[in-house]
Design a protein around this ligand. Sequence first.
Ligand code: AMP
Length: 187
Amino acid sequence: MSSENPPVTGDSGPELAALVAGGTVDVLDFPKPGIVFKDLMPFFGDGPAFRRVVDGVVAHYGPDSFDVVAGVEARGFVLAAAIAYATGLGVVPVRKAGKLPRPAFSASYALEYGEATLEVHEGAFTPGQRVLVVDDVLATGGTAAATIDLVEQAGGVVAGFTVLMELGFLDGRERLGGHKVHALLTV
Ligand code: AMP
């Protein structure tokens, strides 16, 4: 294998990792200088690859492992809805501040490139409901930590956290305590 194509790795094996890698475009200096933005739109647009990875996420957790799927705005919505459909479960959107129409819990955090606040409706989960949290990219872990906090504020229990891609050099996984992290691709 040439040095231009290093082996790809992830928690569901090299085949699924390669599908995510093959659908990702690195965009330099977006949304600000110094950031390499991982654009996963080509992956989402590739039907067979998307289906294979969604099926891989479902297989990773096994039957009856979670009761509902929570997706982080906005790209997490895409993956969350597909996993929810594949498992016959519902989906809870975790939204950016000011978007939810009813009383909500909120959590603020620092991003790799800025600050943000996320919200989830009060009553979004039944007490003790097992929640699979999903997003597209795990960078510093701030978004994931805030989302886990929101799920717990709202009475849910985090069953796992799945991302398509983990930026391993930022050590985001270490901010998530003992929660199970499942990254299809680690770079
Ligand atoms: P963080 O809170 O630092 O883990 O950032 C993760 C969140 O920000 C996810 O919702 C991603 O969509 C987004 N994000 C952060 N860094 C990147 C990146 N380099 N490329 C694409 N999305 C990113």
